[in-house]
Each structure stands twice: as structure tokens, then as C-alpha cells.
Design a protein around this ligand. Structure first.
Ligand code: AHR
Length: 861
């Protein structure tokens, strides 16, 4: 008898049953006879914003940073307040009458980091003097090159051989064999000699052919154009202009372009443009985001200044704290939409800035509305109209595919509703075919603004969805429960916004399923932000990242691509059942317990811990701290039976008991001594990043509630009702916390003030739909489990065609896995085919995976 059979035989002989098989399985039942819903065919779009150097130093192919020397031009409408370190803080220059003085400071994210560094005026540029030379460079406003260029660079050179260097956007990518287009403008002044241009490495090695220009003294601006051929590859090349001569000259608009995407004159970096094209977007939202709001209304973006010759565009200092050349301007954006066969969704400045107090008065809003009407006319107006004629003059007589106009971005006040209504009325009067998008928040609706407009006067609302880990998993029915009011939803910015890794890709797959299966409501969606230069990330989680010469897409990109390529027309009823079922008695609240405070000095005494049967398991009258782990944070000591925490600047101070508690009760007395809030009772705590807690005097001592900072794996936190009221200073309070398997209740002086539960979240999600053009059932399934799951797909209500099905599998070996610059295609989906012979198909869904399954069916009669 083989050894491996022994235990079963032995069990059989003993008359015992073999242990139940706990291998995870699932049944995914798809019913095509049940009522179905449309899936929006415009669901998958993209959103482009000048953030993280997405355009300049990214998608827009220009290699020279600060090419027109305008980087140091202060943003209009902002006053610079000097700081002791030589930098400046920015404040609005003026506020509307009646707004109190304390509103002048910029709100988030400007309150923390609105620093103006005068040194950045020459960012990218440096001067290498010839040996023994006293040559100088400085910015000048004299003799400007044109009206758009307020500054140029003046070089005073007293001996030949000085070299001006530009380091590009964290290095220029030189690719051997490629020809780069060079263009610059010079006003020779008193200079006589030759200007030699080439690419060099950081150590000075020449990497390209040389372009020479001979210059004689003169006071007019000359344009120099040329080409240099790269002879050696280098990711950190620099552009060098060497001046073989002497005299004082001015230089402006120094530009170098590598070969661009599809050879298009709009000049896009090929790898980045290709990532975007790969998503096959049905629309493109542009140019923001916060970018459209402006810090002051003087500096809100004006599309008209982004047209025409790039040399004629002044550029602007944008919301994300750097200057944009506007090389990728309104026309190029519309052109890009057309090339991608996507509709344009233009976001107009609403007259409301990011500073909530600094808006155009509504009764004077006409010029701002007109600016939007003109933008529409430029895009789709007849060539006989003023702006349509300019479009034709700019080389595009045909209308562009502009279909949507959004009014502003993320404006919190109810008043925004009034602005939207004015814009919508004006747009609909002239362009009834345009869908006018109403902007909401970074998550959820701006209901007060909607109420001001009235549901019947809204086409579509743009609700953003920056969500944390687990949100999609615990809110899979979010759109199913959504009220239907006649308007549609556009999720203009969404992302699992906590981590950029495979766990985010899994959450994003759920979010896409949620939207696909609610196509009657959710019409469009676009991930944000899309592009980020790794050398200047303004935002934590981005989809596509790059440096001067490399790029990669995070895991979530391939989910979007896979779903886009497997886009059904109708979503059909799908029921998921899994085994083993989760155990309702699992002790989800158990873990370490402890005491703490948030920016507050506190005292505790008479700590008692009871188990579930009410037996006292720990008494602490604070003779010493031997029952506790070393403090995780804060300054803790004991004195006369009282535990003291004295640090008022730590968030939070944290002291955990050595013994964990499964279920039971904690009581303790606590007194606030100094600081901003009250006390904390920790439970289910693992470390400083993962705990649940009773927060007495939360949010600057406003309320008390159970809160979480990270729940156990695969769990969702629910509840956390709050009770308003502060914690008084100097008074002893009685705190207690009761913990059962999955619930916690918090008490203050014997009164229940909050309760919460932790629930196990499902680990398998699936939706299905029908693609009518080729009679294919498309099932999407996401397995969060570390185990493979054998899934039986049961397809009812149709006749399954024989032949082969397709199984696209996108998986990772750990949730923290991802692609990177070094390994850009570590995680990409792969495909397997499987035979189909009936309406039941069994496939294995690998651990941590997203699957898309295609099953051919017979056409419906
Ligand atoms: O996508 C990044 C920013 O997030 C956008 O500019 C803004 O709309 C949102 O708050």
C-alpha cells in the first residue's frame, strides 16, 4: 500500500470521515434571460492635466527645460511675502470686498508648500566660463523677442569658449542614430563669432554632430534652425551652446526636439503617447483638474493664449507649482483627440478659483462665459465664424470632435450650482448638442449645488473617486444603490489612491466592474493622474511614470486596457457563490489594546481589562510600565499610580499592553492636561499604521467616535458613529470599550458614544456582459485570495457555441508586486484558450488575479 494512501484507509477502517475539503471554489452564474442593462460605450476615456510634469518634461517632446527663460515670472494676482530663508510665500494680491483678511492665505495644497524660490528662474541653465573669463549670464526684460516673451538671457562674454548648458528635464535622452531638431533665437548685440551647438554627456563627452552658426553684431532677433545627429546614447545628456567669440548677446527660445510620435508636428514623446493610445480612449478630458481653477483668477488658464506659433505663447505658472510652456495647447489637444478617434471633453474655467473666496462675481461673469463659448467655436464653429476661421488658419478647417464641456473642477460651495447654471444656459442656447458636465468633489456629490440647479437642468455630473484600500471591495454595490435622477455620472478622476501596486489594480478592476454594470447611470470614467515624471511627483499614485528615457505603466494600466478591449454592450445578471463561506464567529476585533493621545498631554489611572466572561484579566495601577511594550510613540511615565503622557506634538502617542485581548472589556479613567484633543483607546492594534481606536475629542476636540487607521486584511470597517462635544481639561472621565468578535462599543462616563463593526470582505468578485457584435459572453472576475480558486461558470439563457473560449489572466505573486522603470513589463496579462462544449465551464482563477473570460454563444433569435 502506498504510504500516501495510509491515512485515508486508516480513517475508513476506523469508520471516520475524511476532513472536509476546504479548497476554495466558486460558482459564477450568468443569466442571459434576466433583464440586462446597457454598458456605456463611452465609459473608457483618459484625463490629461499638467501635473507631475505630465506635458512639459513628459508627453510634450521638448527636451530643453525653461526654453524661453520665463520660469521666474511670478504668477499674476499673487503677492510674494519674503521668508527668512530667501524664498517667498505666496498670497493673493486682492480679495473681493468684504472677505476677511484671514482668508488671504492659500488653501490646500498651497497652505503647506506655496514656496516661491527665486533661484528657479534659471532652472535648467548653467554657464561654463572659459578659463580666466569673467563672463556672466543674467535674465533681462530689455529688447524682448516678442510680446509673449517677457524675458531673455543676456550673456556678456569677454573671452571665447564660454558654454551655456541646459540639463533638460532631469537629463536629456540622447538616442544614437536619431536626428534632433534644433531651434533658437539670438539677438547678437555686440557679439561676433560662432555659436556651436551639440549634445554632451555629464562628463563632457560629445554625443552628437555639431551645428555651427556664425553671428555678426546687430540689434535684431535672428532665428537659427538646424539639426544635430546623435552619435551615442545617453540618458543624462546636456545641450551645450559654445560661444567662440566675445561681446554681449541675448538668447531666447532654445528648443530641441527628438523624433516624435507618429511623426506628428504636435511633437509628442512616442512611448508616452503610445501608452495613451493603447487605452483606446473614447474621450479625452483636458486641461484639469485643479489646473483649470487658477490660484488667482488673473492666472486661470486661458485657452486663447495656447494657440498659434509656440514662440508666441506666453505660457503660465500652473497650480502644480511650475510653469507650463503651453506647447501642448488647445489646438494640439483637439488634434490629439482626433488622431485617437476620441471625443474631446474640455474643462472650462468656471470663474471660481481654487481659493474659495476668490471668484469672479456672478453678475460680472459674462466675459468668462464668452471665453468658453469662444473655445467651443474654435473647436466646432463654422470657418466663417471668428474662432472657426482661426482654426482653419491654423491648418484645420474641419471641426474637431468636441462633445463635452465641463464647468470648473471640484468647487465645494453650493454657489457653484449658480455658476454651472449660467454657463449651461449660454452653451445650450448656442450649442444644444454639447453635453455640459457639472463638477462635483474628489468623492461624492455636491448635493447643495445640485439642488440649486435642479435635476432637470443637469446633463451629467463629474464625481471624482480617490478611494483607499478596500473601498471598492466593501462598496461593490455603490452605483447599484445610487439614486437615478435623470442625469448621468462621469467619474472624471478615479484611482485606488493609497498604493500604486497590484492591490490597487485589483481594486480598480472592481471599480470598473461597478461602473460597467451600471451603464444606465455611469456613462464615462477616466483615471487620474495619468502621467508622472518620477523626478517631480506632485501626486502619490499615478498610472504611467517615466524619466528622461524610460517609462512604465503601473499594474492598474493593464486592467484598464484589458477591460477596454473586452467591452460588452449589455451587462447581464451575475451571481457569485463561494466556498468555504466565511466564519461569522471569527474574532475580527481581537489584537493588542492600549492607551494614547493625539497632540495632547493626558493622564490615565485604574486600568482594568476583563475577558468575555467578565473575569478580570489585568489590573494596572501604574506602579511601573512592565505590562506594556516599549512605547510606539509619545513620552510616557508613571507617578503615584497615574500614567502620564506629556508630548503634545505627537500624533498619536501610543502605548500598547503586552497581552492581546480577544473579546472583553477595557475600563480606565482619563484626564486631559494640555493640548488639542482628548484620549485614545486602541484595540485591534498591530503597529503605528494599523489600529482601531476610540477617539475621545477627535478632530480638534469636536466629537468622540470609533475610528480606524488600517483594518485587518480582507476586512472592512463599518459604523463609527460620532457623538459631538469636547473633552474638558482637568476633569477625570471614565472610559470603557466593549469588544465582541466583530463589534466594538465605546462609552464615556457610562454613556454609549460610538459603535463600529469589522466585516470580512468577499475575496471573489465577478460581473458579466454580452458583446453583441460577435455574440460573446464576457466575464470579468477578480480573485483577492492568496489561493487559486476553481470556478464553475454557468451560462444560462443562451446557447453556448462550441469551439474555444479565451481566458485572459492578469496575476501577481504578491499584492505589493508592480511594474517599474527597471522592469516595465513584469506584470502583463497573458492569454490561454480552453474548449467550450456546454454551458458549464470550469477554470482556475489564480491567486491575486484579474481574469477576463470570453465564451462564444449563438446569436439571440
Ligand atoms: O488628479 C490630481 C488632482 O486631483 C486634480 O487636479 C484634482 O481635480 C483632484 O483633486
Amino acid at each position: 500500500m502506498p504510504f500516501s494512501l495510509l491515512p485515508c484507509v486508516a480513517l475508513a477502517l476506523l469508520g471516520l470521515q475524511a476532513p472536509k475539503d476546504t479548497k476554495p471554489t466558486a460558482r459564477i452564474q450568468i443569466d442571459l434571460s434576466a433583464p440586462s442593462k446597457p454598458v456605456s460605450q463611452n465609459l473608457y476615456g483618459i484625463f490629461l492635466e499638467e501635473i507631475n510634469h505630465a506635458f512639459d518634461g513628459g508627453l510634450y517632446g521638448e527636451l530643453v527645460q525653461n526654453r524661453s527663460f520665463e520660469e521666474g515670472v511670478p504668477p499674476p494676482g499673487m503677492t510674494m511675502i519674503p521668508k527668512p530663508d530667501g524664498t517667498f510665500r505666496m498670497e493673493l494680491t486682492s480679495l473681493p470686498a468684504g472677505v476677511p483678511k484671514d482668508k488671504w492665505e492659500m488653501p490646500w495644497p498651497w497652505n503647506g508648500n506655496s514656496v516661491w524660490d527665486p533661484k528657479r528662474a534659471l532652472i535648467g541653465w548653467s554657464l561654463q566660463k572659459a578659463l580666466g573669463s569673467t563672463g556672466t549670464m543674467q535674465l533681462t526684460e530689455a529688447n524682448p523677442m516678442n510680446a509673449a516673451s517677457s524675458r531673455s538671457l543676456e550673456l556678456a562674454l569677454d573671452s571665447p569658449g564660454a558654454a551655456l548648458l541646459n540639463s533638460g528635464y532631469w537629463g536629456i535622452a540622447a538616442k544614437s542614430g536619431d536626428a534632433y531638431a534644433l531651434r533658437y533665437f539670438v539677438r547678437p548685440g555686440t557679439f561676433r563669432g560662432t555659436i556651436r551647438t551639440e549634445l554632451i554627456s555629464e562628463s563632457g563627452k560629445v554625443l552628437s554632430s555639431v551645428a555651427n552658426t556664425t553671428v555678426a553684431p546687430g540689434n535684431t532677433w535672428r532665428e537659427i534652425k538646424g539639426s544635430i545627429k546623435v552619435t551615442a546614447t545617453d540618458s543624462k545628456a546636456q545641450l551645450r551652446l559654445t560661444f567662440e567669440g566675445t561681446g554681449t548677446l541675448q538668447l531666447d527660445w532654445v528648443s530641441l526636439f527628438p523624433p516624435t510620435w507618429n511623426g506628428l508636428p504636435i511633437g509628442l514623446r512616442p512611448d508616452l503617447a503610445q501608452y495613451l493610445a493603447g487605452l483606446k480612449p473614447s474621450f479625452v478630458r483636458f486641461p484639469g483638474g485643479c489646473y483649470v481653477e487658477g490660484l488667482s483668477f488673473e492666472m486661470a488658464p486661458d485657452w486663447r493664449k495656447t494657440l498659434g506659433q509656440p514662440t508666441e505663447r506666453p505660457g503660465m505658472w500652473g497650480y502644480w507649482q511650475y510653469r507650463s510652456t503651453d506647447g501642448f495647447g488647445f489646438h494640439e489637444y483637439l488634434q490629439f483627440c482626433e488622431t485617437l478617434k476620441a471625443d474631446a471633453l474640455y474643462v472650462a474655467f468656471a470663474g471660481m478659483t481654487v481659493h474659495p473666496e476668490n471668484n469672479w462675481p456672478l453678475d460680472k461673469i459674462d466675459p468668462v462665459v464668452q471665453q468658453t463659448l469662444d473655445a467651443i467655436e474654435y473647436a466646432i464653429g463654422p470657418t466663417t465664424s471668428k474662432w472657426g476661421a482661426l482654426r482653419a488658419k491654423n491648418g484645420h478647417p474641419k471641426p474637431f470632435p468636441l462633445k463635452y464641456v465641463e464647468i470648473g473642477n471640484e468647487h465645494p460651495p453650493a454657489l457653484y450650482g449658480d455658476y454651472y447654471a449660467v454657463f449651461r444656459k449660454a452653451i445650450k442656447a448656442k450649442y444644444p448638442q454639447i453635453q455640459v458636465v457639472m463638477s462635483m468633489f474628489w468623492s461624492g456629490l455636491n448635493q447643495p449645488a445640485i439642488d440649486r440647479v435642479g435635476d432637470a437642468n443637469i446633463d451629467i455630473v463629474d464625481e471624482h473617486a480617490y478611494r483607499g484600500s478596500g473601498w471598492a471591495r466593501s462598496s461593490f454595490d455603490y452605483f447599484d444603490r445610487y439614486p437615478r435622477k435623470g442625469w448621468g455620472i462621469y467619474v472624471g478622476e478615479y484611482a485606488h489612491n493609497q498604493r500604486a501596486d497590484f492591490s490597487a489594480a485589483l481594486d480598480d478592476s472592481l471599480f470598473l466592474m461597478m461602473m460597467e454594470r451600471n451603464g444606465d447611470l455611469v456613462k464615462m470614467a477616466s483615471y487620474a493622474p495619468l502621467l508622472a515624471n518620477v523626478n517631480k511627483r506632485d501626486w502619490g499614485v499615478n498610472l504611467i511614470e517615466f524619466d528622461s528615457h524610460r517609462s512604465f505603466a503601473h499594474a492598474s494600466y493593464y486592467v484598464q486596457k484589458l477591460f477596454r478591449e473586452n467591452h460588452p454592450d449589455r451587462s447581464v445578471k451575475t451571481t457569485v457563490t463561494t466556498t468555504p463561506a466565511s466564519d461569522p464567529k471569527a474574532p475580527l476585533m481581537s489584537g493588542k489594546i492600549g492607551l494614547g493621545a493625539w497632540n495632547t498631554s493626558t493622564e490615565f489611572k485604574e486600568l482594568r481589562v476583563y475577558d468575555a466572561e467578565g473575569k478580570l484579566v489585568h489590573t494596572d495601577d501604574f506602579v511601573d510600565l512592565s505590562a506594556f511594550d516599549a512605547p510606539l510613540s509619545g513620552t510616557w511615565s508613571v507617578k503615584n499610580g497615574v500614567l502620564q503622557q506629556t508630548d503634545t506634538r505627537v500624533d498619536p502617542a501610543m502605548l500598547l499592553l503586552k497581552s492581546p485581548l480577544k473579546t472583553g472589556k477595557i475600563t480606565v479613567k482619563a484626564r486631559r492636561v494640555d493640548g488639542r484633543e482628548g484620549f485614545l483607546l486602541f484595540f485591534n492594534a498591530e503597529n503605528r499604521d494599523r489600529f482601531l481606536f476610540g477617539n475621545y475629542g477627535a478632530n480638534g476636540n469636536e466629537f468622540t467616535a470609533i475610528q480606524e487607521r488600517g483594518v485587518p486584511d480582507d476586512c472592512a470597517f463599518r459604523g463609527g458613529r460620532s457623538t459631538p462635544g469636547p473633552i474638558e481639561q482637568g476633569r477625570w472621565y471614565e472610559l470603557s470599550l466593549v469588544i465582541t468578535e466583530s463589534r466594538a462599543e465605546l462609552f464615556l462616563d457610562g454613556k454609549r458614544v460610538s459603535d463600529a463593526r469589522v466585516e470580512k470582505m468577499p475575496s471573489l468578485f465577478a460581473t458579466a456582459g454580452l458583446r453583441q457584435k460577435d455574440d460573446t459572453v464576457i466575464v470579468k472576475a477578480t480573485n483577492y485570495s492568496a489561493q487559486p480558486r476553481e470556478a464553475e461558470f454557468v451560462i444560462d439563457g443562451t446557447v453556448v457555441k462550441g469551439g474555444n473560449g479565451r481566458h485572459f489572466i492578469y496575476q501577481a505573486s504578491a499584492l505589493s508586486d508592480d511594474n517599474s522603470l527597471e522592469n516595465p513589463t513584469k506584470l502583463v496579462p497573458h492569454e490561454k484558450s480552453f474548449p467550450v462544449s456546454g454551458n458549464r465551464i470550469t477554470l482556475t482563477l489564480p491567486p491575486f488575479s484579474v481574469s477576463v473570460v470570453q465564451v462564444p454563444v449563438k446569436p439571440a433569435k
